[in-house]
Write a protein that binds this ligand. Structure first.
Ligand code: NAD
Ligand code: ZN
Length: 250
């Protein structure tokens, strides 16, 4: 399918949904987990993003998350985030389902964002219901007097509000994402390796319900063989070109 035909498919579709992964934020300078540029500092995420790692060394895990928060606070949304927000504004996109925890879709103006893996700006207590969402614009969540920070209600440690390896996804977000996957007729799959389940199952659910799958990723992924259309490019440039075609159609 040419870029123009892909744009036509998007414009004619009843319900378009985007599924984004770390690659959607790569063009904002936020590193991915996997792939050749995905080496995180000197850390292995699999040894840090687990509840076992947090129980063993909460200070080290927090330091890693504060480093990530600083990188995210310095970053800006890129054309992938911006175009998806414009598509939603113009009624061409129903929702963004994201595996990213950086909040860049919201910063770009997207309204219906389903966060499958939580949000890095959230702190939550390991024991009680206490939680808060920090606003980095107000300098929140970037530094703490002690690590791990303590829950103001019960005194137990606070943890970042993200889903770690081996943990279940937030129930409501997953149900909403699955319903969208079943009901959409096009799914844009942007910058995800397709190796993290259950998020990686969503395109397969969509396809089994008749949706067209469009992949935007410079590299082949575990989902590529299921795709109807593949754009082998970095997301920001590919989406900008696609948006140009969409605008020419209207
Ligand atoms: P991943 O690291 O497993 O895969 C990243 C994918 O992005 C790869 O397929 C790679 O080819 C592709 N990619 C790299 N640069 C790209 C670009 N410029 N344009 C388009 N695609 C590009 O990421 P994942 O599939 O999202 O899974 C990793 C998990 O780690 C997720 O659960 C996520 O929660 C977490 N994570 C989040 C962030 C973030 O919030 N920004 C960053 C890294 C990891
Ligand atoms: Zn508490």
């Amino acid at each position: 399918m040419s870029l123009r035909e892909t744009a036509e498919r998007l414009v004619e579709a009843e319900t378009v949904v985007a599924l984004t992964g770390a690659g959607a934020s790569a063009d904002s300078g936020i590193p991915t987990f996997r792939g050749k540029d995905g080496l995180w500092n000197k850390y292995d995420p699999r040894e840090l993003a687990t509840s076992e790692a947090f129980a063993r060394d909460p200070e080290r895990v927090w330091e890693w998350y504060l480093w990530r928060r600083r990188k995210i606070a310095e970053a800006e949304p890129n054309p992938t985030h911006t175009v998806l927000a414009l598509m939603e504004r113009d009624g061409l996109l129903e929702a963004v389902i994201t595996q990213n925890v950086d909040g860049l879709h919201q910063r770009a103006g997207s309204r219906r964002v389903i966060e499958l893996h939580g949000n890095i700006w959230r702190d939550e207590c390991v024991s009680c219901e206490y939680h808060r969402v920090n606003d980095p614009e107000r300098g929140e969540g970037l530094e703490y007097d002690e690590l791990p920070p303590k829950c103001p209600d019960c005194g137990d440690p606070l943890r970042p509000g993200v889903v770690w390896f081996g943990e279940p996804l937030p129930h409501d977000a997953l149900v909403e994402a699955e319903n969208l996957a079943r009901s959409c007729d096009v799914m844009l799959v942007i910058g995800t390796s397709g190796e993290v389940r259950p998020a990686a199952d969503l395109p397969l659910v969509a396809k089994s319900c008749g949706a067209t799958l469009i992949e935007i990723n410079p590299s082949e992924t575990a989902l590529s063989s299921h795709m109807d259309v593949i754009i082998r490019e970095r997301a920001a440039s590919a989406i900008k070109a696609l948006w140009g075609e969409i605008e020419r159609l209207s």
